[in-house]
Design a protein around this ligand. Structure first.
Ligand SMILES: [Zn+2]
Length: 422
């Protein structure tokens, strides 16, 4: 109680100021988190915030703790997400052992003092298990809260602020296209100045920890919404449709991979069993609606799905595939390489082509070029900004130069449940 009073005096209300929270309040794997208070009450560690993940916390000594990190389900991609906040008084540092169950260390820590601005701090890792089963972080403390996470926390509310800011431009509209399993809204942004546009469809964040991909998506989309000459030309002919957060439940719960039903959404693009993938595919199909037989209807011209992996890479359709727009992938990646000669544009053809991914489904079922655009987990954020902006401008340049609709090829028939065996 004395500690709570001190925090109140300092104008800071820790989440655990409630005297009923003694040591561990653990409401299960999919709760918003758990809070641990040290035996001398000088240190509190919590994951009770959107994106937080700490499955268990044990005290080893006065200034040493062990945090257990587990995935939301068994047998999962090894992308062990963690995020917690440390509050303290009268402590210089704390040592936290991250103990991974069902995965290994992937993300070196980022820290924040306000939960919004982040800094990469790999130097906090002071010991590593050779097989990555655990690491020790030594975290300096100064009495102010410190957030520690695998990547920047880019949650629903941060995306909401971003879409709100974008939509202050006359050519940007926001709408809601459905709900996640747990009822979180799925947002759509439309960026266009055309009455009868063709479409570029962009999605991100099917996989919750893939924050660098989400950052890339934001810069990419900002370039499309900007006041440059090429973006105005683009918007006069095209609409960019963006679903920036496909898996808000997974992000809120700090999942490693899945939505609230424990389903990997980017393996659900054949049967569409989840509300998130169904909502997105409904919008996609509307964007390729044929209005009459004269072929004057709108068409989908390109699909891009932003993700993160160990390095920057484009997962593309096979080179010889007969997709619209013809040759787009080669021309686009070549243009990006030409623009950034010192940056290695990497392409992997036909990645996961036999799985039920968005890319395989859009290409195989709609006959449209579909690209999974991956940014590296640790790619410098300034590099992400410049490359994503440049990539957007080169995409717009190529699409603006495409012949107009009279020369469009036949559309591919839609089979909603077609196997993604492309
Ligand atoms: Zn992914």
């Amino acid at each position: 109680m004395a500690l709570a009073a001190l925090f109140t005096f300092l104008g800071y209300q820790p989440l655990w100021a409630d005297p009923s929270s003694k040591r561990v309040r653990n409401a299960g794997i999919d709760s918003t988190g758990t809070t641990f208070v040290s035996s001398n009450a000088n240190i509190s560690i919590t994951s009770e915030f959107p994106g937080g993940r700490m499955n268990r916390c044990d005290q080893i000594s006065d200034q040493k703790f062990s945090i257990t990190i587990k995935p939301e389900r068994n047998r999962i991609n090894d992308s062990a997400w963690y995020a917690f906040r440390v509050d303290s008084i009268d402590q210089d540092e704390v040592t936290i052992r991250l103990n991974y169950v069902g995965g290994t260390h992937r993300y070196d820590p980022k820290v924040s003092r306000d939960g919004k601005t982040w800094k990469a701090t790999p130097e906090l890792v002071t010991r590593r298990h050779p097989l990555g089963r655990e690491v020790e972080l030594t975290i300096p403390l100064d009495g102010k809260p410190i957030w520690v996470a695998g990547q920047e926390l880019l949650d629903d509310s941060a995306l909401e602020d971003w879409t709100q800011q974008l939509s202050e431009r006359a050519h940007v509209q926001r709408s809601v296209i459905g709900e996640s399993v747990q009822g979180r809204p799925l947002h759509r942004i439309d960026i266009t100045e055309s009455e009868n546009p063709d479409y570029v469809f962009i999605i991100a964040r099917q996989h919750p920890p893939e924050v660098s991909g989400a950052i890339g998506m934001m810069h990419f989309v900002e370039a499309i919404a900007s006041d440059t000459e090429i973006s105005k030309q683009f918007r006069n002919r095209y609409s960019a449709v963006v679903v920036p957060m496909v898996n808000p439940d997974g992000v809120a719960h700090g999942h490693w991979r899945c939505n609230a039903n424990g389903v990997d959404l980017n393996r659900d693009w054949a049967h569409f069993t989840q509300p998130e993938t169904r909502a997105v595919v409904d919008q996609l199909l509307k964007c390729r609606k044929v209005q009459d037989n004269s072929d004057a209807g709108q068409r989908l011209s390109l699909f891009i799905d932003f993700h993160s992996t160990f390095d920057d890479v484009f997962y593309t359709n096979p080179q010889k595939s007969d997709l619209y727009p013809t040759g787009f992938t080669e021309n686009w990646l070549g243009a990006i390489q030409g623009r950034f000669p010192k940056y290695a544009v990497q392409q992997v053809e036909n990645h996961n082509a036999d799985r039920s991914t968005s890319k395989a489904w859009v290409a195989g079922t709609l006959g449209v070029t579909a690209i999974t655009y991956e940014f590296g987990d640790e790619t410098d954020r300034k590099t992400i900004r410049s490359v994503a902006t440049g990539a957007a401008e080169e995409m717009m340049r190529l699409l603006v130069d495409l012949p107009t609709e009279t020369s469009k090829p036949e559309r591919v028939a839609v089979k909603a449940n077609a196997p993604a065996n492309f």
